[in-house]
Design a protein around this ligand. Structure first.
Ligand SMILES: [Zn+2]
Length: 122
């Protein structure tokens, strides 16, 4: 018999779950795993750590256009999507896609000021 290292409940060896070196009962394991999944920033940070660890610079792996958008936002500090439209002449859908990729890579984030949403770099 082993004990769940979180709640102390006795568990048989076959019912235990290993999580980061701890034996947990099913309930505690599911709770922890769900929390990790529910918390996006955690997953994003892990992805970012991985990118750094593997020696990639932030802008590597981006297309020319994504890099140009990123550099533009970075040089301005913050921009509205209207400014991006007039600068890059993309369709709303194209621009949306490019921004989504940059956001996913934690390079660009939305920031609301009053009724205006700006894009800024991390
Ligand atoms: Zn437990």
């Amino acid at each position: 018999m082993a004990k769940c290292q979180k709640c102390g409940r006795e568990i048989s060896r076959n019912d235990g779950f290993m999580h980061e070196g701890q034996i947990l009962c099913e309930d505690c394991y599911i709770m922890i795993v769900n929390r990790v999944h529910a918390c996006d920033p955690l997953a994003a940070r892990a992805a970012q750590r991985f990118r750094k660890a593997s020696g990639f610079e932030a802008t590597k792996g981006l297309t020319e256009q994504q890099r140009a958008i990123y550099e533009f936002i970075k040089s301005r500090g913050k921009v509205t999507s209207v400014e991006l439209f007039s600068r890059f002449l993309l369709s709303p859908q194209e621009l949306e896609n490019q921004i989504a990729i940059l956001r996913h890579c934690e390079m660009v984030k939305g920031q609301k000021e009053g009724n205006t949403v700006y894009l800024t770099t991390f």
